[in-house]
Design a protein around this ligand. Structure first.
Ligand SMILES: *[C@@H]1O[C@H](CO)[C@@H](O)[C@H](O)[C@H]1NC(C)=O
Ligand SMILES: *[C@@H]1O[C@H](CO)[C@@H](O)[C@H](O)[C@H]1NC(C)=O
Ligand SMILES: *[C@@H]1O[C@H](CO)[C@@H](O)[C@H](O)[C@H]1NC(C)=O
Ligand SMILES: *[C@@H]1O[C@H](CO)[C@@H](O)[C@H](O)[C@H]1NC(C)=O
Length: 574
């Protein structure tokens, strides 16, 4: 009896220790999501062209997720992240949302709502792209306590305008919001800075006391997505000037955009440390899909040496930059090849937050990876359905080391290897010391005084960096590989990550087995829900020049709420 009492006392004591409570209870969860960032555009993957010392500092002190898979475009990846379900089960496996489409993420509980159940404060900053045709599909109605950002696919970096071209002409609208209200006062300021300032402000204003709520911060940057025609790439001139060693002026501006993104990561990590929140944080840095090095709206990003670009099912489209950092992770640093898919974060983060996956819905496609991430165990995942696009007639599935691809997305011109321009040029050598001295690097060292972290030193970095680099067996620039898109194409991704040898003929039975897997998934598919744009309803001219919700049932009844009123306040009659 006495012993039992002691144990209870001990437990209470443990719970009362602030650090312990925060760490073993509910960590702060920070997701920094980059948009259209290429595999080769972070320097921890081996390129010297664009130094990303802050992102690298997290990578070298955490786990580099080198087999982290996403969907090939923006909306599907975000839908998968929020729901833990494959887009084919949501009807969201087709094209990303366009502005005037009366469509959004289907109803149902999503990640921020699950985390709210566990007591989290939930904040969204930056891109949404899961619908806004009615207020009920926007972030503050889907589980976020607040949102500063934009609802569409992208905007330009200073004016926050999205230009859309529909069959009858071009439509321009402003898209920057605090919750539902247009944030005109921020126009003219660089988007990456605006979103970073907001993230830092949220961290500074967060109740970081031991009994305060844990924070879920979803920081979904505009960077490094291309903007509107005529100004695809934008960055402050002084940042561009740091990259004089890059000859191609577009790639040079892109480098500056990446560099601002890296600075953002540094500022966020530093802010967490200053509030003593870093010690009890889980930080993820992910890209939503590969870079569109080529295509309709290129950003000059590079997925080299991976094949393909954004929109394609090649590794360059779906194998995303990924890392996780947290003092909770054991045996760090390491490069992980454990198979992960973006749907895994819902159950994984729910477990990290102290929830029990048994209380989640039972038809999740995501797999709880928390234990395997923390303890360096084998991935519980064997298979990834990359996608089935029943309209575009393309599909791909991964099973163990094998990947089967059927069909060609958009055009066979995207089936090559891009983003290796200037590989021959000489750049300033990679500087390990600048990684350790970066904002994120220094914050990690500072946090290590209060919680067990053994910060990675400069001399350990080159080894990590070379093991995080993918090198390919053959010379990738040798024309289009023999996979026309009509037949089955089969690759052994573990030995051939660059998808250069189609093994469908030599390994026919494997190819057929994977095709059977695809057929099984095809039977459970929800038809894609894409709609023709409702140009008349969404026309920004009707909404004081903004992209605004246009289906406002109940608008009148809620007109007393200022923010809502703002949306309902049409300037032109119907
Ligand atoms: C956004 O909405 C939430 C909840 O209604 C509110 O607490 C918060 O203050 C709002 N933020 C802004 C900037 O209006
Ligand atoms: C590397 O970066 C550090 C600053 O962190 C700087 O002092 C040093 O001069 C740099 N080394 C080289 C070779 O540029
Ligand atoms: C790869 O092939 C291209 C085209 O044939 C050639 O120009 C280039 O030098 C080769 N690169 C290497 C590293 O062998
Ligand atoms: C309408 O748009 C202008 C900017 O073009 C802005 O200054 C003004 O505040 C907006 N009016 C309302 C009611 O939101």
């Amino acid at each position: 009896m006495a012993e039992r009492k002691n144990r209870v006392l001990l437990l209470l004591l443990l719970l009362a220790t602030p650090c312990t409570a925060a760490i073993y209870g509910r960590p702060h969860i920070i997701l920094i999501l980059a948009d259209d960032l290429g595999w080769n555009d972070v320097s921890f993957h081996g390129s010297d062209q664009i130094p990303t010392p802050n992102i690298d500092a997290l990578a070298y002190n955490g786990v580099i997720l080198n087999s982290h898979y996403v969907q090939p475009t923006c909306t599907p990846t975000r839908a998968a992240f929020m729901t833990g379900r494959y887009p084919v089960h949501l009807g969201m496996q087709g094209n990303s949302l366009v502005a005037a489409e009366s469509r959004g993420l289907p109803p149902g509980k999503i990640l921020p709502q699950y985390l709210k159940d566990l007591g989290y404060t939930t904040r969204a900053v930056g891109k949404w792209h899961l619908g806004f045709y009615k207020p009920e599909v926007t972030p503050t109605y889907r589980g976020f306590d607040s949102h500063l950002g934009y609802w569409n696919d992208y905007v330009s970096y200073y004016d926050y305008i999205l230009q859309e071209r529909y069959s009858d002409g071009e439509y321009n609208g402003f898209d920057l919001r605090r919750n539902l209200s247009a944030a005109w006062e921020l126009a003219g300021r660089y988007a990456t800075d605006v979103f970073t300032d907001e993230a830092v402000r949220i961290i500074q204003g967060h109740d970081a006391s031991p009994l305060g709520p844990p924070l879920f911060l979803y920081l979904a940057h505009l960077a490094v997505h291309a903007g509107n025609r005529g100004k695809l790439l934008e960055a402050p001139q002084q940042e561009i000037d740091k990259f004089r060693h890059i000859r191609d002026p577009n790639r040079r501006t892109y480098a500056a955009m990446v560099s601002k993104l890296d600075e953002s990561v540094g500022r966020v990590v530093q802010a967490l440390q200053r509030r003593h929140m870093l010690e009890s944080s889980v930080i993820l840095f992910l890209s939503d899909n590969g870079a569109p090095s080529k295509g309709r709206q290129p950003n000059w990003g590079s997925n080299w040496p991976l094949k393909g670009v954004k929109e394609t099912l090649w590794e360059g489209g779906v194998r995303g930059v990924g890392l996780i950092w947290s003092p909770l992770l054991q045996q760090t640093p390491r490069v992980s090849s454990q198979l992960m898919h973006v749907t895994d974060w819902l159950p994984t983060l729910y477990t990290a937050a102290g929830g029990h996956v048994a209380s989640l819905r039972h038809d999740l496609d995501g797999v709880d990876q928390w234990e395997s991430l923390v303890y360096n165990l084998a991935s519980p995942r064997r298979e990834i359905l990359h996608n089935i696009d029943e309209r575009g007639r393309t599909a791909a599935v991964r099973f163990h080391n094998w990947k089967l691809i059927i069909g060609t997305v958009r055009s066979s011109a995207l089936n090559g290897y891009f983003g290796h321009g200037e590989l021959d040029a000489s750049y300033p050598a990679y500087n390990e010391t600048s990684v350790v001295n970066s904002m994120a690097g220094r914050a990690i060292i500072a946090a290590s005084s209060s919680v067990y972290i053994n910060p990675t030193r400069a001399h350990q970095i080159s080894l990590l960096r070379s093991s995080a680099q993918i090198t390919c067996p053959s010379n990738n620039s040798l024309g289009i590989p023999p996979c026309s898109g009509k037949e089955l194409c089969l690759y052994d991704i573990e030995s051939d990550p660059c998808e250069s040898s189609n093994l469908a003929e030599t390994h026919r039975s494997v190819a057929l087995r994977l095709r059977a897997l695809l057929s099984a998934h095809r039977n459970a598919l929800v038809k894609q829900s894409n709609l023709q744009p409702d140009v008349r309803g969404a026309n920004p001219k009707r909404w004081n020049g903004t992209w605004s919700p246009w289906l406002l049932d109940g608008c009148g009844s809620r007109a007393s709420e200022d923010a809502y009123f703002n949306v309902c306040d049409r300037t032109e009659p119907l």
